[in-house]
Design a binder for this molecule. Structure first.
Ligand SMILES: [Zn+2]
Ligand SMILES: [Zn+2]
Length: 366
């Protein structure tokens, strides 16, 4: 069995961490629970750390930094960078760089966690055997300009170790001495890292494997409510791959997407803004086009009457016409808005012109 493993290709640093934490989670943590039992403090701390780090990945690493689906106050950016580091999924600069490559090359050779290479590769194999030189970071120029992102990138392992292990242990010590500190280190630290990492890994593996493709069958990404529960809402992955700049993954109001709800709540608290949404009509058109594509594939080999073929062709043409009309309408709306803006700008200029002589024509704020 072991002779089949290409040891010369193993990334020993990443592999030791992933296997070491898993080993501790299934040996030391149960031993601790057997010897000292589980109290509510440990359970609460586990979930606080799990959600702080988990949402830092989904809100921060993914929807904010990788896709720019909204803008965030520096407090949100700092929080997600600090607790995201504690998820031990590397710096946001590297994470976003690889994730943007995933979207660009999905299902092809340059996709870092390409599902075409198998479920194991997409889940964890790509990390265990990641010997490639570090990427040139040529698709994250925007993030390189962010001093907070670069600070996290420089100190990623220190921040991760302090927030992930020292912080829970210290809280545990203050709560109940050395035994509580050990429990917090193992449960809110080690076990939480393992559980959260595999939840994230599921986005790369099972979210490209289980579920439906209501928006596009052009790539392997799928929508699944079960995966949405496991991944804090990232399970609506087919929608996400089709419309990656929307801050929502579960776009329907009833779909379980706590990350979307958290971003919306942050916006109400003035901690986030400019939430990007794909126009409703565009989403409906994508669903219709996909439904039609599926119908045509299903009918392909079957004997289709002439009348049925004609009806299908008519439906296809009508859909195309609706798409064209919608694009035309959007363009007209944009032009109308641009014209109104130009008019307003001219009116404002005309209004402040008389003030020039008084030296009061500078923009407000100067
Ligand atoms: Zn994404
Ligand atoms: Zn994906």
């Amino acid at each position: 069995m072991f002779s089949r493993i290409p040891f010369e290709k193993v990334n020993w640093l990443i592999s030791s961490f992933l296997i070491g934490t898993l080993f501790l989670a299934v040996t030391a943590a149960p031993l601790y629970l057997w010897r000292f039992g589980l109290d509510s403090f440990q359970v609460v701390l586990f979930f606080v750390m799990f959600f702080a780090c988990g949402f830092s990945i989904t809100i921060g690493y993914h929807r904010l930094f990788s896709h720019r689906t909204f803008e965030a106050h520096w407090i949100v950016r700092l929080f997600t960078l600090v607790f995201g580091a504690a998820a031990f999924e590397n710096s946001v600069l590297l994470w976003a760089c690889e994730h943007r490559s995933h979207h660009k090359h999905v299902d092809h050779e340059d996709d870092p966690y390409c599902i075409s290479k198998g479920l194991f590769h997409a889940h964890i194999g790509w990390l265990l055997f990641k010997l490639d030189p570090p990427p040139p970071f040529d698709n994250v120029a925007d993030l390189k300009k962010d001093p907070l992102v670069m600070w996290q990138h420089r100190h990623i392992h220190w921040i991760g170790a302090i927030v992930s292990f020292l912080l829970p242990a210290l809280i545990g010590f203050l709560w109940g001495g050395w035994i509580s500190a050990l429990g917090a280190f193992l449960i809110a630290g080690v076990v939480r890292i393992v559980v959260l990492q595999h939840c994230t890994f599921c986005i790369n593996s099972l979210c490209h494997y289980l579920g439906d493709r209501p928006y596009s069958s052009k790539c392997s990404a799928r929508d699944s409510w079960i995966m949405a529960i496991v991944t804090l809402g990232e399970g609506y992955h087919n929608f996400h791959h089709e419309f990656q700049y929307d801050y929502r993954n579960g776009v329907k109001p009833w779909q379980f997407d706590p990350t979307k709800w958290a971003i919306w709540t942050l916006s109400k608290l003035s901690l986030a803004g400019k939430l990007r949404r794909v126009p409703e009509e565009k989403i409906v058109l994508a669903e219709l086009a996909e439904a039609q594509r599926r119908l045509e594939t299903r009918l392909k080999g079957g004997a289709l009457t002439e009348a049925a073929s004609a009806t299908l062709a008519r439906a296809r043409n009508r859909l195309r016409a609706v798409e064209e009309q919608w694009t035309e309408k959007r363009r007209a709306q944009l032009e109308w808005t641009r014209e109104k803006m130009a008019m307003l700008r001219n009116e404002t200029r005309a209004a402040i012109r008389p003030l020039r002589g008084l030296g009061l024509h500078e923009s407000p704020g100067t």
